[in-house]
Design a protein. Structure first.
Ligand code: HEM
Length: 161
């Protein structure tokens, strides 16, 4: 009887040891997946050039639908040359600033926004539009937070000028 108990304890210990080893291995694997996701550049997480291009197109559409800031973007939408230049520059800006290969050929932010006298409320409306578009494009929450952080860090360069 004692021998059977001893055998059971040994078998159980081996099983438990294997189990805890597997759990540790799984944890390490999961950790590696998480680190790999975080390591991906913001550019990749936004879908590269193609993703960014369609995100920027949708952001402009969203601004044009937003009563708070529509008036600011209507003159751009109504002028094909200005529209093309605006879209190209915003796409370049987003690509260059998130780790993509584009070079930004537009004006620096304070110069581009000078004379608009953008208010805090208008800034918030624009940020809301951008986050809404990112969600619509199934951009994960971590990436949305990273974008929010970047947008806020640029606030001083675009409002009240
Ligand atoms: C952090 C937030 C913002 C960023 C990163 C940003 C970025 C840019 C960029 C890269 C351009 C292109 C400049 C060029 O073509 O040389 C631009 C232009 C413009 N932005 Fe913003 N912008 C922001 C917020 C806003 C807000 C809140 C408004 C107004 C509600 C606004 C209105 C405009 C307008 C009207 C232009 C066109 C200026 C022109 O070509 O005359 N932006 N922005």
């Amino acid at each position: 009887m004692k021998t059977i108990n001893l055998v059971s304890i040994v078998v159980l210990s081996i099983l438990l040891f294997n189990c805890s080893n597997k759990k540790e291995a799984n944890q390490i694997e999961n950790q590696e997946v998480t680190i790999a996701e975080v390591d991906k550049s913001l550019f990749v997480r936004l879908g590269g050039e193609t993703g960014i291009s369609s995100i920027v197109d949708d952001i402009l559409k969203s601004h044009l639908d937003n009563p708070e800031i529509r008036h600011v973007f209507l003159p751009i939408a109504e002028n094909p040359q200005r529209l093309e230049s605006f879209k190209t520059h915003v796409k370049q800006f987003l690509s260059a600033g998130t780790g993509g290969g584009a070079a930004y050929m537009g004006k620096d932010l304070p110069t581009a926004h000078k004379g608009l006298n953008t208010s805090e409320k208008e800034f918030m409306a624009a940020v809301d539009d951008i986050l809404g578009v990112l969600a619509k494009h199934n951009i994960d929450e971590e990436t949305q937070k990273d974008m929010l952080f970047i947008l806020y860090s640029l606030k001083g360069a675009v409002i009240g000028l």
